[in-house]
Design a protein around this ligand. Structure first.
Ligand SMILES: Cc1cc2nc3c(=O)[nH]c(=O)nc-3n(C[C@H](O)[C@H](O)[C@H](O)COP(=O)(O)OP(=O)(O)OC[C@H]3O[C@@H](n4cnc5c(N)ncnc54)[C@H](O)[C@@H]3O)c2cc1C
Length: 381
């Protein structure tokens, strides 16, 4: 396990060397190459917060926060991070299940960057109401027969396997299970590669399951435990998305400040205008509030005190909202300060502006997370 400054330097150097020279090309192509996963895996980036026993680096959530912050500072895009680190949402349930066979088949090769995994919960009928999902998995001997559809699945076009939320039981959250469905399973297909407003280099799939026969050995944990497994891991995903939000906001602020130093209007640099300087300070304030709050929640999560669990889950929702609000304001103002240049394809702040829009929707829409926080904090009737 590399030390703290090592993690940040490793992440920044990886972006400068392996990502920055190609990012626009990948954005335009709509996906990132598999070789990038291999390079990231070989340098221990993909598994940094996973236990050493499953092929990870043995670090914690705060290490992955440090890594992501440094990668954003060096110019990574939110889409790049979503596509490269999909392992962060596809694998944790498998690791937590403690199933050695699934760990060997899916976790180790993915953390090494040799395979790619996705997590499929959202369906065309809805994503917010996880307990209402309709994709069914009916047991027949030593297989499940899966029927249904998933949509908006990150890395789903390239995925070698998809950790899929299915209904094995009756209605409601008690009937949900997690099943690993491998690419190449007859009846399991990528229906469409979806085009999006932002996150262009992160491929997004619509998946279809028609009588797809999946071995019961691919069940993750207990049958019927899926909803709780998903809820347990959502906390980390929400903290990660909060880091995306303040990460791209911080980067957009840096770019805007540099632009305002150079750009002349009315015979003086933009920065010579008090209104511009104050805008940059306000952007900085919002970034730092989001960063401090998110890091605080991440540390509380790592502390892992059982009695803190409900408030940590609630705070993760609020930190995500705080960071998304910061990104919404800061990325917008960074475009504004760039003038027409900020509206041009290929200008970095333009990309962050578009990428920011998914963050208050993905991993739980703000309204849904606010309501969850209300219940956890005791404000529900
Ligand atoms: C680029 C991208 C990548 C994604 N990656 C993945 C992935 O890898 N895996 C995956 O499973 N999913 C993924 N998603 C799906 C994402 O998590 C869902 O879009 C999200 O959970 C919202 O679900 P929905 O789109 O079905 O919106 P709906 O559930 O239909 O909700 C629509 C809107 O209604 C509002 N709303 C919903 N419920 C309430 C309520 N109770 N009270 C008040 N307002 C409410 C919110 O504003 C919400 O945005 C991704 C989505 C995108 C766009």
């Amino acid at each position: 396990m590399v030390g703290l400054s090592g993690i940040r330097e490793l992440g920044a150097e990886f972006v400068r060397r392996e990502v920055a020279p190609h990012l626009q090309e990948w954005e335009d192509a709509g996906s990132i190459p598999r070789e990038l996963h291999l390079a990231a895996g070989q340098q221990g980036l993909l598994g940094i917060a996973f236990p050493e026993e499953v092929g990870g680096g043995g670090g914690s959530l705060t290490d992955s926060v440090d890594l992501a912050e440094a990668m954003f500072e060096a110019g990574a895009s939110s889409g790049l991070m979503a596509g490269l680190f999909t392992a962060g949402i596809a694998l944790p349930h498998i690791v937590a299940s403690g199933n050695a066979d699934l760990v060997d088949r899916f976790v180790r090769p993915t953390l090494a960057g040799e395979t790619i995994g996705s997590l499929a919960i959202t369906e065309p009928g809805g994503g917010s109401d996880v307990a209402g999902l309709r994709t069914t998995a009916v047991r027949e001997g030593d297989h499940y027969v899966v029927n249904g559809a998933k949509t908006f699945i990150t890395s789903g076009v390239r995925a070698d396997f998809v950790t899929t939320a299915v209904r094995t039981g009756g209605p409601g959250h008690g009937g949900v299970s997690l099943l690993v469905v491998e690419a190449g399973t007859p009846g399991f297909t990528v229906d469409r590669s979806l085009r999006k407003m932002g996150w262009h280099c992160s491929d997004t799939a619509e998946l279809s399951y028609v009588d797809a026969r999946v071995p019961t050995a691919n069940l993750v944990g207990e049958e019927g435990a899926g909803f709780y497994q998903i809820a347990e891991q959502f906390v980390v995903e929400r903290i990660a998305l909060a880091v995306h939000a303040y990460g791209i906001a911080a980067r957009s602020l840096e770019l805007a400040a540099a632009y305002c130093r150079d750009r002349q209007t009315f015979g003086k640099p933009l920065l010579a205008n008090q209104v511009v300087r104050h805008k940059l300070v306000e952007m900085r304030r919002q970034v730092e509030v989001a960063r401090t709050f998110t890091r605080h929640v991440a540390e509380r999560h790592v502390d892992g005190r059982q009695e803190d669990k409900p408030s940590v889950i609630a705070e993760a929702c609020l930190a995500k909202q705080t960071a998304c609000d910061a990104a919404t304001y800061v990325c917008d103002q960074a475009v504004q300060l760039h003038g027409g240049t900020g509206y041009m394809h290929g200008t970095e702040v333009e990309r962050h502006y578009r990428d920011a829009r998914i963050l208050p929707i993905g991993g739980g829409a703000t309204e849904v997370l606010t309501d969850l926080a209300a219940r956890l904090l005791g404000y529900a009737s």
